[in-house]
Write a protein that binds this ligand. Sequence first.
Ligand code: ASP
Length: 435
Amino acid sequence: MSLTKRILLAMVLGLLVGGMVNVASTEGWLGATFGHWLDQFMVNGLFDAVGRIFVASLKLLVVPLVFVSLVCGTSSLGDNSRMGVMAGKTIALYLMTTAIAISLALMMGSLIRPGDGIDLAVASNFTAKAAPSLKDVVVNIFPSNPIQAMADGNMLQVIVFSLLMGLAVSKSGEAGRRITSFFEDMNEVIMKMVTILMNFAPYGVFCLLAKLFAGLGISVIMDLALYFFTVVFVLLLHGLGVYTLIFRLFTGLSPVMFLQKLRAVMVFAFSTSSSGATMPVTLRTVEKRLGVDNRVASFTVPLGATINMDGTAIMQGVATAFIAQAYNIDLGLNGYMLVVLTATLASIGTAGVPGVGLIMLTMVLDQVGLPVEGIGLIIGVDRLLDMMRTVVNVTGDSMVSSVVGNSEGMLDKDVFNDKDAGLADMEDDTDAVKA
Ligand code: ASP
């Protein structure tokens, strides 16, 4: 079986096993001793440990990968005027798709009206953490200590430092060329690490999902069904509709092929709920499977994993409409425009880790004068929605990377159209790992 199929199978099995454990233990079918054993040693023991090791091993790769790959990309871009154009296009597209996402979410939220007649008393306690101000977000992009930035995993700062380093390398003549070849070799090696770790993904994905669904009470969805399904509907509309349209329009390539090649990335995003942790896999897939040149992908993918959060913006849009309806507050057109603006900007400050979307939602609610406690109403279903919106987040990163790559003449169409591209070296490693 191919690696992608095994990862998909692991996802389904993880969901089933987790769901079964959940139902069996809530119904009391397991008996005290076996139930305790299952909970103690399997769900919160083995599954939890393997899942956490899997996420840690992905995160481990992020900083070295972004640094090495981006220095490589920028230094070989040479003509740095292209860098400016490419960066401009990338950021514009990221912001544009986010603004579309949130507008769509607000529109659907106002049409479906999931918040009408909600009983405010059911709100669980939610104490808001302070969201950073926009000024802080901007100032924080610039590092004062590159090692600190890497140690903290502050992606935007690492990106800025890597760009500067790449630029300097490209301008340093012979010395620069020596450094470039070192970075190129390092890039190969780190990509190989991504490939090796991907072979453990089926076990990691299974354990993460089994653990998560064993503890996730699906029944909470029922109380918030309309909100939940409105978010899911807009996520699907954006992921399958808007992205496919933009992709087709700008590249003329097959959106079906695009989505098919992203399957593994989507499962990673779904099971880790983190675009940051998924980033190594996204970058590998965008380069080796979709054919986007390293010079584009090394910039667009890490940047996207940090600032582009369309799925998160969709949750925030529907949540804002929902909370406004629940509290019977009319936002008016101005209010909605303000939400589009703040949520788009908030998505830049939303780090790609589980659950931060909710924290940034406080910033949006604050801006339009909605009660932040309203978040307590939706928090029950947020874990599951987080998984789904992260899938949209990483799909958006890959879509924009391909569009920018194509417009810069840096997307290899032969690689894109070859359905097996980038698979061969992965399967070799499977044998190596097995051996
Ligand atoms: N989990 C999301 C991501 O990493 C962010 C969020 O919406 O909380 O992309």
